[in-house]
Design a protein around this ligand. Structure first.
Ligand code: GRF
Length: 200
């Protein structure tokens, strides 16, 4: 299966997926909306094709998403992986890739969709926090949940310590979700729930 990974920053989740060397997965390209994304360096060093579609070069989201889709489609991927990709995508873009577009979000959805999840978890006083890999649907951070990981919130935690604890789990569950997708084991039922088939 051919995979395009979209990043905006350091790309540690992308790195975890690349390093997992998932059998049957070919990382066709890493695409960033920011020319200075650290993730691009790692990808290039690993012989992966890279591309930049700079959102600042486009007048609006529709134009940007059009250019992004064009860039992605050049690689005809089976799966598009959002890995710290910090742009909200248009409904048209999301529909085009429905069922083959996944995201990781640093909270236990449906708690804390959107930004600053670790700060908001600390403010809310929750005792557990975590990360979620989900299929992307037009409503932000709302699609069918593939896998979640839970971490404790510990006394004395700040945003840095909590996000670091969550990130360790992100690096575990994102490659896992990609592996399941590549193995063809994921489906979504009428209720919008993900079903994981047994390994064949
Ligand atoms: C991760 O915490 C991801 O869940 C969030 O942004 C962060 C990206 O980190 N959406 P990286 O670029 O994968 O290192």
């Amino acid at each position: 299966k051919s995979i395009v990974i979209l990043v905006s920053g350091r790309g540690s989740n992308m790195q975890a997926i690349v390093e997992a060397a998932i059998p049957g997965a070919h990382i066709a390209a890493v695409v960033s909306n920011r020319p200075d994304a650290g993730g691009l360096v790692f990808a290039a060093e690993h012989g992966i094709a890279t591309a930049v579609v700079d959102h600042k070069a486009y007048p609006d989201r529709t134009a940007f998403d059009g250019a992004l889709a064009e860039c992605i489609d050049r690689h005809a991927p089976d799966l598009i992986v959002l890995a710290g990709f910090m742009r909200v995508l248009t409904d048209d873009f999301v529909s085009r890739y429905e069922g083959r577009l996944i995201n990781i979000h640093p909270s236990l959805l449906p708690s804390f969709p959107g930004l600053h999840t670790h700060r908001r978890a600390l403010e809310a006083g929750v005792r557990v926090h975590g990360a979620t890999v989900h299929f992307v649907t037009p409503t932000l951070d709302c699609g069918p949940i593939i896998v979640q990981a839970v971490v404790p919130v510990l006394p004395g935690d700040d945003e840095a310590s909590l996000s670091a604890r969550v990130l360790v789990q992100e690096h575990r569950i994102y490659p896992q979700a990609v592996r399941w997708f590549v193995e063809g084991r994921l489906s979504v039922d009428e209720a919008g729930h993900v079903f994981l088939r047994d390994a064949g």
